[in-house]
Ligand binder design. Structure first.
Ligand SMILES: [Zn+2]
Length: 439
């Protein structure tokens, strides 16, 4: 049993500030007490110092926030980030499918999984819902690397029996391989499984039914897929499924829309689809940098909020242009404003932490640094660059937070803690103990 304390400015947003006046919790001189990786007390230093006076204290210079939760990201695409010149369907053919074929080699998957998780930690992301590839071993590689870092990661084998040569499975192999992976990984340590059809166009009706059957057999496993991202994609879906009332209805017909369903994007949704998402308790991973990069459009926060759709935030690398959830929050602000909505910086932080955690059904464990939660947190440096330092000096919390979201990125992540242990330290050339295990 080890008790440790962390002292500094602490901020979390456990609920959507649009719904609750007490959503924002802020201690200018706060204290976080951690026992065996779990937060056991949090409050002002003045209140807690007496009770925990004997506990060794680490001083946190910067703004302490919960570890970021990336609700949609593709690890096999990290080396295809910044690929020039195409919208979604052409971009997949030209850049992504060739890159994903390489994951047939386990050694390649291991190397990319390690680099990917280290990049998440460098960016302050401690939990994520991750696309692997169609190859079952790509999931093993990611989960084993996550286990070594004690990170909370959810993932699954991609289902795509209509995929291109070298990336197509079958409804039968999709089922047997997914079942085996669920048995091997779901609920093991901090890991969880997600049934992951790539999107409606890459799976046969048979395989979409298989996905529905997997979810019915494993009700606490997530469904993770893409929805209404790009105009050409939506037209192709409408053409293949002429009887469906909209894109979401395609998934609905195969039993894929429920409280554990996470749909990436949702840029082009009907009002009916938004209402249906709300009624089923399903949610959207908003991916604004990706939507801008692929020319997909701007997410409609007004439409989603009017139907009270549950939202989280995703980097969607490799279509996304940054692993940083700070930067992704900044892109979300700009996407919202393009459609006439103003995204509050505290709400953006909520979406990048507790909001995404709720979408992934891990909000009882992470996302708001409340007592009982796992001690995953980040120390943000408001003076990470000369410009950030000028813009934030002497400013109030909302202004500093917004400046971090617009001007900040991995440079603003001074340290990342996983279960109370330092997993990334920007200013120390020696890599953390957890990362050493990889070598
Ligand atoms: Zn994606």
């Amino acid at each position: 049993m080890t008790l440790r304390a962390f002292r500094g400015e602490i901020l979390s947003v456990a609920h959507d500030p649009r719904d609750r006046a007490d959503a924002v919790r802020h201690e200018p001189d706060g204290m976080l007490v951690v026992e065996d990786g779990i937060v056991v007390a949090r409050g002002s230093h003045a209140d807690l110092a007496g009770r925990y006076g004997q506990v060794p204290v680490e001083h946190m210079r910067g703004l302490v926030v919960p570890g970021f939760v990336d609700a949609h990201v593709h690890y096999p695409q990290m080396d295809s980030i910044a690929a020039h010149g195409a919208q979604l369907l052409d971009w997949l053919d030209r850049h992504i499918f060739p890159a994903e074929r390489a994951f047939v080699e386990r050694a390649h998957a291991d190397a990319v999984a390690a680099a990917f998780l280290d990049e998440l930690l460098r960016n302050g992301t401690t939990s994520a819902l991750v696309f692997a590839t169609v190859h079952a071993q790509s999931v093993d590689a990611l989960f084993e690397a996550a286990q070594r870092r004690a990170m909370r990661i959810l993932s699954g084998k991609v289902l795509m029996d209509l995929g291109p040569q070298g990336l197509a499975d079958t409804p039968l192999s999709a089922r047997t391989e997914s079942e085996a992976l669920i048995r091997r990984w779901h609920g093991r340590g901090r890991l969880g499984y997600a049934v992951t059809p790539r999107f409606a166009l890459t799976s046969s009706d048979d395989q979409l039914s298989t996905a529905g059957a997997l979810l019915a057999a494993h009700p606490d496993v997530l469904l993770h897929t893409h929805l209404a991202e790009n105009v050409r994609e939506c037209a192709a879906v409408a053409e293949r499924f002429p009887d469906a009332s909209d894109y979401l209805d395609v998934y609905d017909r195969f039993g894929l829309v429920g409280a554990y369903s996470v749909f990436a994007h949702g840029v082009h949704l009907s009002d009916r689809a938004c209402s249906r998402l709300h009624d089923r308790g399903a949610g959207l991973a908003v991916c604004p940098s990706s939507n801008l990069f692929l020319g997909s459009g701007f997410f409609d926060f007004g439409q989603a909020d009017s139907r009270k759709v549950r939202l989280g935030l995703g980097s969607d690398v490799g279509a996304g242009t940054s692993f940083s959830m700070l930067r992704t929050a900044g892109f979300a602000y700009q996407a919202a404003l393009a459609r006439g909505e103003s995204l509050d910086p505290f709400r953006a932080l909520f979406l990048a932490t507790a909001g995404s955690a709720a979408l992934l059904h891990i909000d009882d464990r992470v996302g708001s640094l409340e007592p009982g939660q796992e001690a995953d947190f980040v120390v943000l440096d408001c003076a990470a660059t000369p410009l950030l330092a000028r813009r934030t000096a002497g400013r109030d919390l909302a202004e500093r937070l917004f400046a971090l979201q617009i001007l900040g990125d991995d440079r603003a992540i001074a340290r990342t803690y996983v279960l109370g242990e330092c997993a990334w330290h920007r200013d120390t050339p020696i890599r953390s103990a957890m990362m050493h295990l990889e070598k």
